[in-house]
Design a protein around this ligand. Structure first.
Ligand code: ADP
Length: 392
């Protein structure tokens, strides 16, 4: 176990200074752990609170090497990082989490799916199709509905084409990807696993995800889950098996589909803190961000027990606004017990960009859900006017 990290020169490097990096810094400040943050944007939310903030391209080999040379342990808040640099930093004796080989697989959705198939991890049936020629051949074997996913470059539903009709099929771009069975799931849930270098492993309680009806983006995360205890245990076991297969140190967020027949299928994973774990800041004894830092520094892991029901709502840019952000309508919410507003500090809004979140905690999940909805509908993420921003 690593020792003497608090108030020493031992430096944790965080690759990525978005909202996830920023929230990791809360724990780093709490424990007085030295941190360096690398992000391409000089306005990144994670620029404050770190000992050193460096502007640089996370996919650039030299930028990552130069940054890593001044750190003892490195972790990520985003998957798009130069993997070769991470491998070379490891070879130099730096601690790098997650392991670069697993990160390389996770960066690519088709490699991920193949990994699950090879390791007996339950996942929807799929076929790799690298472009339109391969797609034409594959289509003769697939009947509607099905889903096409890009191998790389997709997030928050971009890079996913749900095909219910031949018109939808025409929307598939000529790019490497895969076809996947359409899963008629009852529920999407996530389980966040943490493992430290010593092999201690914990899971956070299962969290249910509710999607925005049109934006294909998570709108609410609800905890505890409505699944039975047995189903929750099953989901946690699958998540642990997946984290062990990847040999993850740090967090692994595992997104799962639950089918009406009670099957649990892995959709995709993220080896870092995740949007589906923000409620853990207020609702669990240890937040996902603290657990991640404990795990990558090989400190003992904390209790993940849920203190109370919680519902997280993403605050996204309102439709029709792009430009310098302002937030409106939050004053009444600040008087309300159990409503926790988080503003990430991004200068520019655009429709559906994640700009913050609200976590409502309460004695019941239904009440927390109602409060979260009230908060989400009250806070407007927009631009001042057409002079400052641009009304689309
Ligand atoms: P992203 O990386 O963009 O979040 P996902 O693979 O999570 O992409 O897909 C986005 C959403 O699309 C999922 O959360 C789910 O609601 C839906 N989806 C993805 N795969 C399938 C599938 N095989 N069957 C049905 N819906 C799916």
């Amino acid at each position: 176990m690593a020792k003497n990290i608090f108030s020493t020169a031992y430096t944790l490097g965080i690759l990525g200074g978005g909202q996830l990096g920023k929230m990791m810094l809360y724990t780093a400040r709490k424990f007085d752990i030295r941190t360096n943050v690398l992000d391409p944007s000089p306005d990144a939310p994670g620029q404050y609170g770190a000992h050193k903030f460096v502007v640089g391209d996370l996919m650039d080999y030299q930028a990552v090497m130069d940054f890593g040379a001044h750190c003892d342990t490195l972790c990520i808040e985003i998957e798009s990082v130069n993997v070769q640099a991470l491998r070379d930093l490891r070879a130099m004796g730096k601690k790098v989490h997650p392991n670069p080989d697993s990160l390389e697989i996770i960066q690519n959705k088709t490699k991920q799916k193949k990994f699950y198939a090879d390791h007996g991890i339950p996942t929807a049936k799929f076929e790799i199709v690298d472009g339109h020629d391969a797609l034409k051949t594959a289509l003769s074997k697939w009947s509607l509905p099905f889903v096409w996913k890009a191998s790389t470059g997709g997030y928050d539903g971009f890079g996913v084409v749900v095909c219910r009709s031949t018109e939808d099929v025409k929307l598939i771009p000529d790019a490497p990807g895969m076809l996947e069975d359409f899963v008629n799931f009852d529920l999407e849930v996530s389980v966040i696993v943490a493992q430290n270098e010593s092999g201690d492993i914990t899971t956070f309680p299962v969290a249910d995800q509710e999607f925005h009806p049109t934006a294909n983006q998570v709108e609410y995360v609800l905890c505890p889950s409505v699944l039975t205890d047995d189903m929750q245990r099953k989901a946690q076991e699958i998540a642990i098996t997946t984290a062990k297969a990847y040999d993850i140190c740090g967090l692994l967020a595992v997104e799962l589909f639950v089918t009406p027949a009670g099957e649990i299928l892995v959709n995709e994973v993220a080896p870092r803190p995740h949007n589906s774990g923000h409620h853990t800041i207020e609702a669990c004894y240890t937040s996902q961000f603290e657990q991640h830092i404990r795990a990558v520094l090989d400190l003992p892991l904390g209790s993940t027990e849920l203190k109370c029901p919680a519902v997280m709502a993403n605050l996204v840019g309102a439709e029709g606004y792009a430009g310098n952000v302002i937030y409106d309508g939050y004053h009444d919410l600040l008087n309300e017990a159990g409503i926790n507003i988080h503003i990430y500090g991004k200068a520019q809004t655009r429709p559906y960009r994640k700009m913050g979140h609200v976590t409502a905690i309460s004695n019941s999940r239904d009440e927390a859900r109602a409060k979260a909805e009230w908060a989400k509908n009250s806070i407007l993420v927009k631009t001042q006017d057409n002079a400052l921003g641009q009304k689309l």
